[in-house]
Design a protein around this ligand. Structure first.
Ligand code: B1M
Length: 208
């Protein structure tokens, strides 16, 4: 019987060797790939998300857990594809035009992967046109924009306008150190989250 609690614990501890070994053993035991994902890997990342939100763990721990999850996902992904498991949603994420900060955006991307989303990470300095093009190309449900500079925050509004002009039915979330709920409301974004774990909670509410 596969020990998915041990798998969740390996992700929580950031123990990539155990995460990979337990994933292999669980699949060899006949555990369904979806259950390995949900009850093992995602369950572990959920705990890290809550601890991060509560300031009980910090960025290095999140990155180490995300790396353990990523290694295990490499084993699991072909099985998920075979089993036809659908992602929770498709999330296009990027740091807006003119802005090169990506540490927070990368954390957001990792948390979304950890929560079972398909993540299309466009990187940094992403133009409004690129966001629009990728949402269309990937038929995404959600966009996440990150900005760390007060001077690049207006690019969020320009991107929102481009999305509206293109008539895309996609939810838009914004975040980053200088961004606030008030700013999100002012530019007409669907949501704002102060940190990566809250962003996942918000995304699940937006696409529910
Ligand atoms: Co820059 N930088 N930087 N920088 N940098 C800041 C942001 C700054 C506050 C430093 C300061 O002056 N005190 C300041 C901005 C001032 C302002 O506009 N208000 C600043 C500046 C001025 C600049 C330059 C202009 C400096 C210069 O060249 N004169 C330049 C700009 C370059 C550019 O982007 N065009 C610049 C460059 C750089 C580096 C390249 C050296 C480097 C970036 C490296 C990288 O990202 N790969 C850098 C860094 C590291 C910082 C600080 C020190 C740290 C940022 C960071 O990674 N924080 C930063 C000062 C600071 O914040 N203490 C600073 C950790 C990260 C986890 O937090 O990104 O906020 P954060 O993400 C959080 C939340 O905001 C949220 O989740 C994360 C936590 O869970 N979140 C989202 C983020 N995106 C989200 C999206 C969501 C939801 C939540 O939904 C989609």
């Amino acid at each position: 019987m596969a020990d998915l609690k041990a798998l969740a614990d390996a992700v929580i501890k950031g123990d990539q060797n155990s995460a990979v070994e337990i994933t292999k053993a669980a699949l060899a035991d006949g555990a369904p790939a979806e259950s390995v994902l949900n009850d093992g890997l995602i369950a572990g990342m959920d705990v890290i998300g809550v601890r991060f939100k509560n300031n009980e763990v910090y960025i290095p721990e999140v990155l180490i857990s995300a790396r353990a999850m990523k290694m295990a996902m490499e084993i699991l992904e072909p099985e998920l594809v075979k089993a036809g498991v659908e992602p929770v949603g498709k999330f296009v994420v990027g740091t807006v035009q003119g802005d090169l900060h990506d540490i927070g955006k990368n954390l957001v991307a990792m948390m979304f992967k950890g929560a079972g989303f398909e993540v299309i990470d466009l990187g940094v300095d992403v133009s409004a046109e690129k966001f629009v093009e990728q949402v269309k190309a990937k038929d995404a449900h959600l966009i996440g924009m990150s900005a760390l500079l007060t001077t690049t925050m207006p690019a969020m509004e320009q991107t929102l306008k481009a999305i509206k002009d293109a008539g895309l039915a996609v939810k838009v979330m914004v975040g980053g150190a200088p961004v606030t709920q008030g700013y999100a409301d002012k530019i007409g974004a669907d949501g704002y989250a102060p940190d990566a774990a809250s962003a996942v909670d918000l995304a699940k509410r937006l696409i529910a």
